[in-house]
Design a protein around this ligand. Structure first.
Ligand code: MG
Length: 280
């Protein structure tokens, strides 16, 4: 595989990201796929979908899970509703995440990703112990599928994430590094964080954002790639430093404006190609 193949975050019938046809028009060789709705996750659909991807010359690198009832409205709402941490929905979501991993296996994909949710800081907290236990169980399910599990970054600082990974203690647990989330959630300088968690990074989101005036209390603002505070030349240089050669997957979440989304991702692709030529 070429170093740093470009990709986009994409979906079939549910979830975030661009449609598959748009990924094709953008000319990228890889996608991360946001899991389709349950009714779609059948063996027949997997076969059909794989045939379509082969026609388009696109390869799936990670299947991302997401759940009904998640809301990214503001930071407290994320803590309450997102991922496997909230206890009320944990068992149902764990079962669904296992189904998503099984569907990813039908697609021949060896990595599954998700926002695990806000990991509490207090390691003796029952919420923390529950998050560790559920992540272990999901890792073990993925391992039986020959898959790795990638935790999306951003909802905690790098040192908390490292501590959590060590506590879960599973060989197939890795990181999907999203530098914009570090800024959006106010969880630390993304380049420093990337260095810290570098040995765990197996996939990345190329997404950009501007810091909030009160980071960690208010949301930062997601902006087109290259217009925010990440600094993508430094980002690529740091990826090189940590030895990351995997896909550069562009994520731009403005699903309500598909034509602007496509145009902005197109500009992002041009920027990343320039930086690859310069830094790679
Ligand atoms: Mg992301």
């Amino acid at each position: 595989m070429d170093k740093w193949p470009l990709g986009v975050f994409a979906s079939i019938d549910a979830g975030l990201g661009v449609r598959l046809e748009v990924a094709h028009e953008l000319g990228v060789p890889t996608i991360q796929l946001h899991a389709p709705q349950r009714a779609t996750r059948t063996a027949d659909n997997a076969k059909r979908f794989l045939a379509r991807l082969e026609e388009l010359g696109i390869r799936i690198t990670v299947v991302f899970g997401g759940f009904e009832g998640e809301s990214y409205a503001d930071i407290p709402t994320v803590a309450r509703t997102v991922g496997l941490v909230p206890p009320a929905t944990r068992d149902v979501r764990l079962a669904e995440m296992k189904e998503i991993a099984d569907f990813a296996r039908l697609l021949g994909v060896d990595a599954v990703g998700l926002h695990i949710g806000f990991i509490p800081h207090e390691t003796e907290d029952s919420l923390y112990r529950g998050a560790v236990a559920v992540t272990r169980e999901l890792c073990d399910h993925c391992r039986n599928n020959g898959q790795n599990l990638h935790l999306e970054t951003g909802q905690e600082a790098a040192d908390n994430l490292l501590e959590f990974i060590a506590e879960v203690n599973r060989e197939n647990l890795f990181v999907n590094f999203d530098p914009a989330n570090m800024i959006l959630y106010g969880c630390g300088e993304p380049i420093d964080a990337l260095r810290m968690v570098g040995s765990y990074v197996r996939s990345v989101h190329c997404k950009d954002a501007k810091w909030a005036s009160h980071p960690g209390r208010d949301w930062g603002a997601e902006v087109p790639l290259g217009e925010g505070d990440v600094g993508f030349e430094a980002f690529l240089r740091t990826l090189k430093e940590i030895g990351y050669t995997g896909p550069l997957t562009i994520e731009r979440e403005i699903p309500q404006e598909p034509s602007r989304q496509k145009e902005e991702i197109g500009r992002g692709i041009r920027l990343l190609n320039e930086l690859k030529a310069k830094v790679g």
